[in-house]
Design a protein around this ligand. Sequence first.
Ligand code: NDP
Length: 247
Amino acid sequence: MIQDKVVIVTGASSGIGEATARLLASKGARVVLGARREDQLKKLAEAIQSAGGQAVYQVLDVTDPADNTRIVEQAQKAFGSVDVMFLNAGIMPTAPLSALKTDEWNQTVDVNIKGVLHGVAAVLPTFIRQKHGHIITTSSVAGLKAYPGGAVYGGTKWFVRDFMEVLRIESAQEGTNIRTATIYPAAIKTELLGGISHPGSAEAMTALYRQHGISADRVASVVAFAVDQPDDTNITEFTVGPTTQPW
Ligand code: NDP
C-alpha cells in the first residue's frame, strides 16, 4: 500500500527521483525530497502540494553523513515516521580509464557508494526499532554487465547490488522485517549525461540515449509497484529499460 507511507527520496531534484516523488505523492504517499539544488526541490514540493499531495524538502548532499541523518529527522518531524528510503542520488561521469579522471573516480565512489552507505546508516536504526521499513536503491544495468567507459560507475553499481542483497538476507535473519528492492535501469532520459566531461563518451552516450532513451516515469512506476506490495512480500530486483535497447 502506498497511501500515507512516508517516503524519503534522494536525488529528487530531477530525473528518476523527481518522477518517483511525483508519482508516489499522487498515490497518497507523503514524500520527503532531498538533493543539493534547493530551488528545484522547492519547485517540486510546491507542484506536489498544488496537486493536493504532501511534500517537504531538505537540502542534502549524500556524501555528508550528517545531511543523511538530518533528512531522516526531517521526515519524522514533518510526518511522524519513515516507511521507505529511496536511495537514488547518483552521478555517471563516463570515461575510459586511460583518460585518468581520478577526481571523477573518487566523486563517483563518494556519491554512488558512500551516499548509499550513509543513507542506510541514517535510516537503519529507525527501521530496526519499528521492525518495519523499505530500502530501495537505483543501481543500473551497468551493475549487471560491463561496458567500456563504465569501469568506475559500473563498479559502484555492482557494489549496490551486492550490498542490497546482503542487507536483505541479514534483515530476514535478524527478523527486522526490512524490505529491499534494487532497480537496474537502462537508458532513461534524465539530466544524468550532463555530468560526462569526456567529449567522446558524452557524444556516444548522447547518441545512445537519443536513439533509445525512455521517460523516467517508467522507473517511477516500478518503484511504486515495489512500495505497493504487502509487508510480507519482498520483490528484490527489477531491470527496466527501452524495448529497443540491446543493453
Ligand atoms: P539525474 O542527473 O537527473 O538525477 C540525479 C539526482 O542525483 C539529482 O537529483 C541530483 O541532484 C542528485 N545528486 C547528485 N549528486 C548528489 C549529491 N552529492 N547529493 C545529493 N544528491 C545528489 O539522473 P537520473 O535521474 O538518471 O539518476 C538517478 C539515479 O539513476 C542515479 O543513481 C543513476 O546512476 C541511476 N541510473 C540512471 C540511468 C539513466 O539512464 N538515466 C540508468 C541507470 C541508473 P542535485 O544535483 O540537485 O544534488
